[in-house]
Design a protein around this ligand. Sequence first.
Ligand SMILES: *[C@@H]1O[C@H](CO)[C@@H](O)[C@H](O)[C@H]1NC(C)=O
Ligand SMILES: *[C@@H]1O[C@H](CO)[C@@H](O)[C@H](O)[C@H]1NC(C)=O
Length: 353
Amino acid sequence: MASSPIFPFLRAILTVALALAGVVVLFIMYYMSLPSPKCYSAPTHQTNKPIMLLWFWPENKMFDFRDCKRFFNIDSCHLTDDRSLYPRAQAVLIFHRAIQDDLSNLPALPRPRFQQWVWFNMDSPTNTRRIAGIEGLFNLTLSYRKDADIHVRWKLTVKKEVDEDFVLPKKERLLCWIVGDSDLKTNSGERYTYYRELVKHVRVDVIYRTSAESLKGENYFRNISSCKFYLSFEDSIHRDYITETFNGPLAAGTVPIVLGPPRKNYENFAPGTSFIHINDFPNAMTLAKFLLKLDKDNETYLKYFNWQKFYTARPHLTEERHEFTHAICQACRHIGMNKEYRVVPDLYKWFLL
Ligand SMILES: *[C@@H]1O[C@H](CO)[C@@H](O)[C@H](O)[C@H]1NC(C)=O
Ligand SMILES: *[C@@H]1O[C@H](CO)[C@@H](O)[C@H](O)[C@H]1NC(C)=O
């Protein structure tokens, strides 16, 4: 067949197209054979979230790092306990109580320029061991103190609108207290001395912490909600040292009777009408008489819950392994949002005085 002049032209196009297709197929095959990014174990290859390394598990209380997202919707850092990530960690969280006296269990490698060490301590000064040589090591503080870089506390939140729906939980007992199993008769410390005075004038239902099951999770709040008053006695008295023992009754619908820093300090964190301070009374006997009177005067008692119209107290995490979860997640949030340069000049001067 005599070739038309158009035929060689078509053939040329076809050849080029085939060659191109071949190149494309080869390229795709080559690309597919590359290791997929998913094969890398460190998620930082996919995200640019800063790494926060938990150097010690506080008291071995381990939890799932995903709990930060689950409980607090915090997902702004890559939390890890994998020490091999140290050179790339933006922040290293160091639990004070776990530091050895000779500092030998602190990170040994030099600190990268961008890295911040976080001093992590939820204890009060009374229970904080002084370790020589750590004063100038840290860049951030994580504590219950209001002036810490990362302030950890179960704060009341403001309600979006006035809420008149508060229902007082059913009350079966007047005054309750959850304590460790130690001997209430011989224990020293301000809270025990006060208790021994108080109990001469009013019945206190003491619940031992080791009767664990009835205090786990929801049960804890249910249990104390059946008391009209609860002894929110702190183990030592320091500014801002107001712990879950105060948040618990607020969240449960019970009136906390507080022993701790002055009333003014409590009022930095909760309305003054939401609690009773032992210093509102000259002694334990007058307080006891006041409670017995309130027991018969429901109208006045209910006034202690007026704040519920405006604020919500969130039940804190009560499981033992979650004791430090809130603090660690708060640190994660801070690291994810703030990257400023900072040095804590003298840790003890700040914390212990
Ligand atoms: C609270 O816990 C104590 C101690 O386990 C138990 O005796 C009591 O019945 C509990 N009360 C309520 C209302 O759950
Ligand atoms: C952190 O603190 C150390 C020790 O004071 C200091 O040398 C370092 O420059 C600080 N780093 C950052 C990122 O703030």
